[in-house]
Design a protein around this ligand. Structure first.
Ligand code: ATP
Length: 479
């Protein structure tokens, strides 16, 4: 946010919470970072209650002490928006708000009365990832997640209003969560096309129309197309090593360049580093007027990312690289397929590892001839029970074809999953696991209801069970 909180530099009272500090049923474990209004701490439940998808939470502290009445009101409004949005629009691509509290502690006068938002904790922000550099496939996965979140927000009648890499969080499993809804605005116009937000935001991500928007009684007019503009800036940054698409040494200078462009006095000059597909996408997001940008919704952009030609090309490229590796090492990768397929599911629409159609131990074994338990030779994976994508294993579509990323179903399996088995194929493509165990046997397993296919194949090296099931008829080669 642009506004600056009250200056407390000549005040030696501490506003830092130490590890172990208790906030309701949570305790602080360390500091994560701070923004213009808030400091975010890592935390965990004191009583061992499960916070949800993991023990760790983020505690966002929004102090109000020492602020003038209008700034204090802004902070309260910010928190109210975050809580309101969290309450009304839950989605796997939006950071989950677990609860909100008020910090009441006279020992910390600067924090007494602060609003505390307890959220699921992310591992990173897109800002950090961009600084380290992302591949095109990684970018595709990230922007798929961002568009999914935005599409949901816009469908639910909200504009994010402060979309930027700092507010795109990435979880330990690589999935994306939009966060920081302090400037989110509910659409209220006659047709739900716009809303009114406080005149704040991050300069580098503001669309041209916001620079001259009149400030009315309820704030400035914002539309979903403002988020699409910010998305265009982020796409550019992702491929241009963090560089903004508009020239200038300061955000204000870049803002002036944005306006020159919007008024037709300068062309859009995107970096040559953007691959053609992303260049076109960024240019559409950065259409100069909100009316032109309106043609590109989060949903339509998501459909384009999912259907992008390079998606197929890069998946094929990965498959080719994988095949080369297979040939070189002669290991017909059971675990390798697991790792490669995790990347594959990451880059695909629907993001299989976020909502894995896992078979699990609840998979229906009715009418199956037996069952097998999945065994992962990687010891570190056997010790985990968080169904991490890195530890997931792929089931083959065709046991007569190389066990590569283009030959596995979206359903993932993990060590310990129990799969219903129909039959055993004594001679499919031979697989050698990482310990050198080789087998050409495969098991035909049932997939959960709702999967696109009803069955898939697990190589026998991926289980230690040898159930007495009938022999499968030789499958008809698919390719
Ligand atoms: N749920 C979370 N999990 C992990 N890190 C988080 C979480 N929420 C925020 N952070 C990190 O904490 C830091 C500050 O958070 P945030 O940007 O939301 O504060 P802010 O004051 O609202 O910022 P801004 O100035 O952009 O409005 C950032 O580095 C952000 O990546």
């Amino acid at each position: 946010m642009v506004s600056i909180p009250a200056d407390t530099s000549d005040d030696d009272r501490t506003d830092v919470l130490p590890p172990g500090y208790r906030l309701g049923r949570w305790e602080v474990t360390g500091q994560i970072g701070s923004g213009g209004w808030a400091t975010v701490y890592a935390g965990r439940p004191v009583d061992g209650t499960d916070a949800g998808e993991g023990e760790e939470v983020a505690l966002k502290i929004l102090p109000t002490a020492g602020l003038g009445p209008s700034q204090a009101r802004k902070v309260a409004d910010t928190a109210r928006r975050e809580v309101e949005l969290g309450r009304r629009t839950g989605h796997p691509r939006l950071i989950r708000l677990l609860e909100s509290l008020v910090l009441s502690d006279p020992r910390y006068p600067l924090l007494d009365g602060a609003i505390v938002l307890v959220m699921e904790r992310a591992a990173d922000s897109l800002r950090t990832l961009l600084a380290a550099g992302v591949s095109e496939d990684e970018a595709a996965g990230l922007f798929t997640g961002i568009c999914e979140g935005l599409a949901h927000l816009h469908r639910s009648g909200w504009v994010h209003g402060d979309l930027k890499p700092d507010n795109v969080l990435v979880m330990a499993d690589g999935s994306v969560r939009l966060s920081d809804f302090g400037l989110a605005t509910e659409l209220t116009g006659t047709h739900g096309t716009h809303g009114y937000a406080p005149p704040m935001g991050t300069l580098d991500y503001l669309p041209p129309e916001r620079w001259k928007a009149p400030l009315g009684e309820h704030g400035v007019k914002v539309r979903p197309s403002a988020d699409i503009w910010a998305l265009g800036i982020m796409i550019h940054e992702a491929f241009a090593h963090g560089a903004a698409p508009f020239p200038g040494a300061t955000p204000a200078a870049r803002g002036a360049a944005v306006q020159e462009y919007a008024e037709g006095r300068a062309p859009l000059r995107l970096s040559g580093e953007l691959p053609p597909f992303w260049r076109e996408l960024a240019a559409d997001c950065l259409a100069p007027t909100h009316a032109e940008r309106g043609a590109h919704t989060a949903e339509s952009l998501l459909a384009r990312i999912n259907g992008r030609p390079d998606g197929t090309a890069s998946a094929a490229g990965a498959a080719i690289r994988r095949r080369r590796w297979l040939v070189r090492s002669t290991v017909l990768a059971a675990a390798g397929c697991g790792a490669a397929a995790a990347i594959w599911s990451y880059a695909l629409p629907g993001n299989a590892h976020d909502h894995p159609a896992a078979v699990g131990s609840t998979g229906s074994a009715s009418q199956s001839a037996g069952s097998i338990r999945v065994f992962n030779i990687e010891q570190s994976c056997r010790q985990r029970n968080d169904r991490s994508p890195q530890c997931s294993l792929g089931l083959a579509i065709d046991p007569l074809q190389p066990y590569t990323i283009d030959n596995v179903v979206p359903t993932r399996v993990w060590h310990g999953d129990v799969l219903p088995v129909d039959c055993r194929l004594p001679k499919g493509i031979p697989i050698i696991d990482e310990a050198g165990t080789e087998s050409a046997q495969w098991f035909r397993v049932r997939l959960p209801e709702g999967s696109r296919r009803t069955t898939a194949w697990l190589p026998a090296v991926r289980t230690q069970d040898r159930p007495a099931v009938p022999e499968c008829p030789r499958p008809t080669p698919l390719r």
